[in-house]
Write a protein that binds this ligand. Structure first.
Ligand code: MN
Length: 315
């Protein structure tokens, strides 16, 4: 449930992208990718839509059957300049990182890892869980003010939950209403909520200075006469005070939003930075096992980075 971000996730230089729209419904199709042994549907980044607020990556993973000894099986790999948000619908995953964290995550719990200048982690089978595994991992780009800072890891088991007419909302990050704020750290103004729709009409409060998008995990939603189903990102623009929705039976979705992120991002592999030189330095530090990404023990083999495509001969 982590990268890598590949060249074909990103816009071509000739494609105008990331316009902040007013109150639209812009639907992009996810790209299927393999992460570890799991099939994922990548909703962000996509050609034409790289960010929603500071949200810059979203992989809907599974559902798939896992065993006690084999599941995600993502060996140690590095990150810089981003936070990873891990949220499970079914199953369990063991998180280990270079800060010494060792944490099993279950549905309803949030793992939030801040990479800053550099961190490494793995995502492993738990040794005890067998059954269905499904979840979503998102990345949040860190702003200039924090992206060179220290790494950190948080695990939250007690997140705000709100029952609204037609939907139950869990607040992962940020504030959904004045009295529903997640305890999770955030470095920019943003929000991320899990919404379980009962079927039929519902209405969610929004901030009109945030841009938003929906990722439907199961079921289907209608927004402004447009149907949104799993495998797509529905970008909603900004300027809305509320969002009227119609759910086709039991439906589950993630609503992400935030102030438009105006720092120029460069994304490659598991890194979020501002220049190719920064990427190349992070690549060297990982390949050469410098102290930037501290060692930690894992039963899974360490993942080596592909060589940066812009440094390859002939490119
Ligand atoms: Mn990762």
């Amino acid at each position: 449930m982590s990268g890598p971000v590949a060249v074909n996730d990103l816009p071509s230089p000739t494609t105008p992208v990331d316009e902040v729209e007013t109150s639209c419904v812009e639907i992009t199709e996810d790209r299927e990718a393999m992460v570890g042994h799991m099939k994922v549907r990548r909703a962000l980044p996509r050609r034409g839509r790289r960010t929603v607020g500071a949200w810059c990556f979203a992989d809907h993973m599974g559902p798939a059957e896992v065993t006690e000894e084999s599941g995600l099986d993502i060996g140690p790999h590095p990150h810089i300049g981003l936070q990873t948000v891990t949220w499970l619908i079914d199953g369990q995953v063991l998180h280990r990182d270079s800060l010494g964290s060792e944490q099993v995550i279950r549905p309803g719990q949030l793992n939030l890892m801040t990479a800053g200048h550099g961190v490494a982690h793995s995502e492993e089978a738990t040794g005890q869980y067998r059954g269905k595994l499904q979840g979503i991992q998102l990345w949040i780009a860190q702003p200039e003010g924090t992206r060179h800072g220290a790494a950190a890891f948080e695990h939250h088991v007690d997140l705000p939950q709100i029952a609204t007419p037609g939907a139950d909302v869990t607040v992962l990050v940020g504030s959904f209403t004045a009295d529903a704020t997640s305890p999770a750290r955030h470095d920019t103004a943003l929000v991320g909520v899990d919404v379980v729709f009962h079927g039929g009409a519902s209405n969610l409060p929004l901030r009109n200075d945030f841009e938003y998008a929906l990722v439907v995990l199961a079921g289907g939603l209608t927004v402004d006469q447009r149907n949104v189903t799993p495998g797509h990102l529905a970008y909603l623009g900004r300027g809305r005070d509320e969002l009227g929705l119609h759910a086709e039976g039991a439906t589950r979705a993630l609503l992400i939003g935030g102030e438009p992120f105006d720092e120029p991002l460069v994304m490659w592999w598991n890194f979020v930075a501002r220049s190719r030189d920064e990427m190349a330095k992070a690549y060297d530090d990982w390949q050469n096992e410098t102290s930037r990404f501290s060692y930690f023990p894992s039963p899974i083999v360490r993942i080596l980075a592909p060589s940066p495509y812009w440094l390859r001969a002939g490119s």
